[in-house]
Write a protein that binds this ligand. Structure first.
Ligand code: NDP
Length: 482
């Protein structure tokens, strides 16, 4: 498939370049070569997009019924499915992820629009018993114009979950994708217009985070902002939202534990544990990046993990191997530096995958790495690596497992592996995480499951009906009729 080389913003239904004409080169993470350009937008383009969104919200888009909005989004889901080969190829080239993963992501994106399209006219408020002779309604209304800052790890999926829910709730959106992953968001916005999302209801502005992203978070016309990315940038976004006195949803990082008790079905657990850290080359907020193993099975689990890690192959996204490259040079160097520092501190590298034969020079390849007997308080067991690096930690008691699981700043997702029913629920309740999976693990998945963090992993919930509610606010109407 030929990939176009020039991408534009989508503002008010138009394809527009930055007013300055400035562009940013799009690099292929698999070989480091430039293959396209996106506009380098700034405050002017963001302002234009916010104005277009306001016009749509106050105008034709805002006047559609919930059922009509739902139909349009359902049509968009169908169009995404009809174009899934093209979209997956684009996502694979732009982010370096294996083609099979890109295909899963595009199907998930379609499913978000399908889910929220179906949900649009099922979201309703309530009536409240109050004083005699009165009727009180608490109705759900959209915020207005919502801002969406999406990262480079799952651009299509996060576009679907964020813009899909917001549009279904009746808002108009301005999306700022990551500079490293703008291509599918731009293409999806084009398809949205074809599906009948009215001009201005869904705008995409490409550019740098520090320019277009900062301009969007600071814009007084944004009534709600949803952000997925690092804890540091999340704090900047929340600060800007606080200055505007508007709500924010923050989906930040994680250091998610997979807790393996001695009675677990290890044959079932180990492949899932490996997949949860190598999926998307570990660049998943919910990556299961710590495996906590009960001492009696520690050696056995490590051996099973090591066998799988050693067999992993890394190479270009298009070759569909176990891991693609990571997104860019900065991330590759960050991951490598964290692994090197851990090794210098005496942390044991228990197993590593290998670069596939013929992988191009210049690609941002990081070998999947299993680290053994990691002290629970070591930096590599505390901080997000955002690469295919799994830290194994040994524990002796259920109490200690919970203490280690909760012993980081994060609280996004956890996995519990045990056949003991009482323990499954005790640990699930005790672990500080927005999602807990028992005898399975859903890194990145689960459109129908409320999702979000505790502690430094963020606040607010996305996915499911909960995500839809987050894109509305409640207005109370009290009638005194005697
Ligand atoms: P960032 O948090 O900086 O980037 C996430 C998004 O925020 C991107 O769209 C980025 O745009 C945008 N952004 C950057 N600066 C600003 C700003 N000042 N105002 C508004 N928006 C901004 O993450 P990085 O890409 O730098 O990655 C660093 C680390 O963050 C990773 O190693 C990982 O640990 C974590 N991360 C977590 C993700 C998750 O899913 N929770 C996703 C991505 C990263 P642009 O890319 O154009 O700068």
């Amino acid at each position: 498939m030929t990939i176009p080389s020039l991408y534009s913003n989508i503002i008010g239904g138009e394809r527009l370049q930055a007013r300055t004409g400035d562009t940013i080169e799009v690099l292929d993470p698999s070989d480091g070569q430039a293959f396209a350009t996106i506009p380098r937008s700034g405050a002017a383009e963001v302002d234009e997009a916010v104005r277009a969104a306001h016009a749509a919200f106050r105008g034709p888009w805002g006047r559609l019924t919930a059922t009509e909005r739902g139909r349009v989004l359902t049509r968009l889901a169908e169009l995404i499915r009809a174009n899934h080969e093209e979209l997956a190829a684009l996502e694979c080239r732009d982010t370096g992820k294996p083609l099979a993963q890109a295909k899963v992501d595009i199907q998930a994106c379609a499913r978000y629009f399908e889910y929220y399209g179906g949900a649009a006219d099922k979201l309703h408020g309530e009536t409240i018993p109050y004083a005699a002779g009165s009727t009180v309604m608490a109705i759900r209304v959209p915020h207005g114009v919502t801002g969406h800052i999406i990262p480079w790890n799952y651009p299509a999926q996060i576009f679907g979950r964020s813009a899909g829910a917001s549009l279904a709730a009746g808002n108009a959106c301005v999306v700022k994708p990551a500079e490293d992953a703008c291509l599918t968001p731009v293409r999806l916005a084009q398809l949205a217009l074809e599906a009948g999302v009215l001009p201005g209801a869904l705008n995409v502005v490409c550019g740098l985070g520090s320019e277009a992203g900062a301009a969007l978070t600071a814009h007084p016309g944004i009534a709600h902002i949803s952000f997925t990315g690092s804890t540091e940038t999340g704090a900047l976004v929340a600060e800007a939202a606080a200055r505007r006195h508007s709500p924010a949803t923050l989906e930040l990082g994680g250091k998610s534990p997979q807790i393996v008790f001695a009675d677990a079905d290890l044959e079932r657990a180990v492949p899932v544990i490996v997949n949860a850290i190598i999926q998307n080359a570990g660049q998943t907020c919910t990556a299961g990046s710590r495996v906590l193993i009960e001492r009696p099975v520690y050696e056995r689990v490590m051996q099973m993990l090591a066998e799988r890690f050693t067999a992993l192959r890394v190479g270009p996204g298009g070759r569909d191997l176990d891991c693609g490259p990571v997104i860019n040079r900065k991330q590759r160097l960050k991951i490598q530096a964290m692994v090197d520092a851990a090794a210098a501190d005496g942390v044991r590298i228990a197993a590593q995958g290998r670069l596939a034969d013929g992988a191009p020079e210049g690609g941002h390849y990081v070998m999947p790495t299993l680290l053994g007997e990691v002290p629970a308080d070591h930096i590599i067991a505390q901080q997000e690596v955002f690469g295919p690096v799994l830290a194994a930690i040994v524990f002796d008691t259920e109490e200690e497992a919970v203490e280690i699981a909760n012993g980081t700043d994060y609280g996004l997702t956890a996995g519990v592996w045990t056949e003991n029913g009482g323990r499954q629920l005790r640990v699930a309740h005790a672990v500080e995480a927005g999602q807990v999976f028992i005898n399975n693990y859903g890194a990145g998945g689960g459109i129908e499951l409320p999702f979000g963090g505790m502690k430094h992993s963020g606040y607010g919930r996305e996915k499911a009906f909960e995500g839809l509610r987050g894109f509305t606010t409640v207005k109370t109407i009290a009638i005194q009729h005697g």
